[in-house]
Design a protein around this ligand. Structure first.
Ligand code: SAM
Length: 344
């Protein structure tokens, strides 16, 4: 059926957003700024600042609302650094009032470096945010600050993590991107941190999405090695997946205390179960982190498209979602934007 002629009503109960490979898309990641207050060495060169315009809060709300009307059930706000964005708490409050096609509240999450979480965790929870994921790439202050290139950042993020837990933004996840020779000496420390701080630590394989040119296959610390290195000190037990589209392989410790996860897009790609689509801070749809093309949804809104036209455009765009990424293959092309400008 032509996407334009699909009737879309709030009574429609079945998943609507499906790509040409039959993958159901229910997870929308929205970048609300590509500004960031950290200069993580593996992400930004430190020379380029923000590069893309930001939409107004009302415009994000309108576009997200159209996605939700098509079957999105989970929205994650990201950036850049989303806590830098003025109007964030109001945006969360409005999003928390939306209902999915199945008349449920949205699953509303946010990814942050945690630097401003100390003051914002309470207001965000009160506005209706469900969970946060905090990015943290070392458990000792000198290594952490060598990576972020911001003095005092380690203590600030620890305060943020504790404020988020106290505010009830749980389960609290900590994401750590591992790079051989930079922070792979932190692996076991993170496993202990997960247990002591009662957080779920998730290790993420480094992908070629940086502003500079750092990525090589050798710098990636693969899932198997992470499991082995922790297991030598703290034996791990693999946990069953909760849903087919789960990106992390989950493990608990032999004594049942604590959980870690490993997200392995490089060594064990999960594109076949991908349920995601992204909206950049300037309102472009990206159907894959590694897309070579973007789809200008905001351009249509600005040109006066009504919700019916925006829905039809989204349906057509998602239909063409890429089958998979090609990291490590001959001829691999880096995407047109780096992670900080896409929205991780
Ligand atoms: N500023 C927020 C933060 O720090 O979480 C949100 C944006 S940041 C780009 C989102 C996540 O992407 C962070 O966990 C970061 O470590 C991760 N990331 C950045 N570059 C990456 C890369 N090349 N490969 C894998 N993850 C990356």
């Amino acid at each position: 059926m032509d996407a334009e002629s699909l009737p879309v009503t709030s009574e429609t109960p079945e998943p609507r957003l499906t790509d040409s490979l039959g993958r159901v898309i229910h997870d929308l990641r929205v970048s609300i700024t590509d500004r960031c207050n950290y200069k993580c060495v593996y992400c930004r060169t430190g020379e380029m600042g923000a590069q893309y315009p930001e939409l107004g809060i009302e415009e994000y709300l309108r576009l997200i609302g159209v996605f939700v009307g098509l079957g999105i059930t989970k929205v994650r706000l990201t950036g850049g650094e989303p806590l830098l964005r003025r109007g964030l708490v109001e945006l969360v409050r409005e999003l928390a009032g939306l209902r999915t096609l199945w008349n449920q509240p949205l699953d509303l999450a946010l990814t942050t470096n945690g630097h401003l979480l100390d003051e914002l965790a309470g207001p965000l929870k009160a506005a209706g945010l469900d969970r946060v994921t905090v990015s943290m790439d070392a458990v000792d202050a000198p290594t952490f600050e060598r990576i972020t290139r911001v003095a005092g950042s380690f203590e600030q993020v620890l305060k943020g993590i504790r404020a988020a837990r106290a505010a009830g933004l749980t389960p609290l996840k900590i994401n750590c991107v591992l790079l051989r020779g930079f922070n792979d000496d932190q692996i076991v420390g993170f496993a202990r941190f997960a247990r002591e701080e009662n957080v779920v630590v998730r290790f993420i394989e480094f992908m070629p999405l940086e502003e500079g040119r750092l990525w090589t296959p050798e710098i990636v610390v693969p899932l198997r090695e992470i499991v082995e290195r922790i297991g030598r000190v703290l034996p791990l037990v693999e946990m069953p997946p909760r849903e087919a589209s789960e990106t992390a392989k989950r493990y608990t410790f032999a004594d049942g205390v604590g959980e870690i996860g490993i997200i392995a897009p490089v060594s064990q790609a999960f594109c076949g179960a991908c349920s995601r689509v992204r909206l950049t801070s300037d309102g472009k749809i990206r159907t894959c982190l590694f897309s070579q093309v973007e789809h200008d949804l905001y351009g249509r809104l600005r040109a006066g498209a009504d919700d019916h036209e925006l829905r039809a455009y989204i349906l057509r765009t998602i239909e063409g979602k890429e089958a998979r990424h090609h990291i490590g293959e001959p001829g691999f092309l880096k995407p047109s934007r780096s992670m900080v400008h896409i929205g991780g």
